[in-house]
Design a protein around this ligand. Structure first.
Ligand code: AMP
Ligand code: MG
Length: 391
């Protein structure tokens, strides 16, 4: 059996090269740039006024007289009026600064009488209240680096430079295959021995949390042929997540079915709790995560492993990892890494009750998974632990 760290290293090693696609800028939110973008123009593209006020030539002003207002310039228009000594032009925010003008005084800092303004701003300096051409970006400068997450502000910034498309790392195509003869859908009668299927919808929601819609969610019986057919039909996906049927029971048919479909086993079983029977394999283009069916093991393996692979494919860290201080003592057996449902508090993180792999009552209110090391047995309040934020 391999350790959690080894399992993650294997997964990272087998992740395929990220694919790149061109997207409309308006659709690029939450993706990571696959190219370094250069400023296509100077921004601002021209000297413009930062204020509503009056524009004038500071050097031609005698520093004592009122200025005569000789015209106005609005945002979006042009004004080539030339100002002489002690002359000013009414100007609005964002309007291009007319030739020979080098200073703007705020509207609130003048007293106007007919066409005369008296300047009342003692702190006014030459060049004041003007946003110079190229003061944000100069044409050809790096605007955003490859690897940058596209944020709403980033989209606005790039749009301001005239960008309408960008290259980003693509979302993977993910398929889900649920196995288990005991599973019935919500709404159906729960006969003895049957349980409601919950992994499919839980994994779908987990993917949606990352902005990914699964390409298919299939449910099959514990019958080799059905499992094989389901796998075959999804082999063109980037990621296949299976649940159930990966441990050692007579009806745990998934590893053999995967082998029959040409999947290369990379590892089977990890020194962890929950999710010990976790299987990982690959084909030339797909990563296959076959997770033990217990619902808490499924969600844990999804957050700890599947998300790791999706992160690598999208070059994005979807979930934050923190070091937090434990709020309670905890004892565990040595030999297995424990992933525990936790809830962050003002001072750290609390380990919740109900940690068994078939239970979701604690998972449902958890906002994080706490990692407790394989070999450690005693944790004390105040110990620092690794915490993966899931909500
Ligand atoms: P398995 O890994 O197939 O041995 O399943 C382990 C446990 O998880 C069993 O108690 C199953 O009934 C349960 N289980 C498996 N798949 C699901 C599912 N999709 N939804 C809810 N429980 C499941
Ligand atoms: Mg089963």
């Amino acid at each position: 059996m391999i350790s959690v760290l080894e399992a993650k290293q294997h997964i990272i090693k087998h992740v395929k090269s990220p694919r790149v696609e061109e997207k409309l800028l308006s659709d690029a939110l939450g993706f990571v740039l696959a190219e370094t973008l250069l400023a296509e123009i100077d921004t601002p593209p021209f000297d413009n006024s930062a204020m509503d006020g009056y524009a004038f030539s500071y050097s031609k002003w005698d520093k004592k007289s009122a200025l005569t207002v000789i015209g106005e310039v609005q945002a979006g228009s042009e004004n080539s009026l030339k100002t002489g000594a002690n002359e000013a032009i009414r100007i609005f925010t964002g309007a291009p600064v007319p030739p020979e003008v080098d200073t703007v005084i705020m509207l609130e800092k003048v007293e106007r009488n007919a066409d005369k303004i008296t300047l009342l701003d003692e702190n006014l300096k030459q060049g004041g209240n003007i946003r110079p051409k190229g003061s944000q970006t100069k044409k050809g400068d790096v605007a955003l680096q490859k690897g940058q997450l596209v944020t709403p502000a980033g989209i606005s910034y790039l749009a301001g430079m005239g960008y309408s498309k960008v290259k980003v790392f693509t979302k993977p195509k993910v398929s889900i295959i649920i196995t288990g003869k005991e599973l019935v859908k919500a709404g159906e009668t729960l006969e003895t021995g049957k349980i409601y299927e919950s992994n499919g919808i839980g994994l779908t929601a987990g993917l949606r949390q990352l902005g990914i819609e699964p390409v298919s969610v299939a449910q099959v019986d514990d019958v080799s042929e059905s499992i094989e057919n389901a796998i075959e039909s999804q082999l063109n996906s980037d990621i296949i997540i299976l649940t159930g049927g990966v441990s050692v029971g007579n009806y745990d048919l998934v590893p053999a079915a995967l082998e029959k479909c040409g999947v290369e086993k990379i590892f089977h079983k990890v020194k962890q709790k929950p999710g010990k029977p976790f299987y990982f394999g690959t084909t030339s283009n797909a990563l296959i995560f076959a997770l033990p069916g217990n619902p808490a093991a499924v969600m844990t393996c999804f957050y700890e492993y599947v998300v790791t692979a999706i992160d690598a494919l999208m070059q994005k860290t979807h979930l934050k990892t923190l070091m937090l201080s434990l709020e309670n003592d905890f004892n565990k057996k040595p030999g297995l890494t424990n992933f525990l449902k936790g809830k962050t508090t003002e001072n750290g993180v609390k380990i919740l009750d109900s940690q068994l792999s078939y239970m979701l009552n604690s998972f449902a209110i958890a906002d994080c998974l706490i990692t407790l090391d394989e070999d450690k047995t005693e944790y004390k309040k105040g110990d620092l632990v690794v915490v993966l934020m899931i909500a």
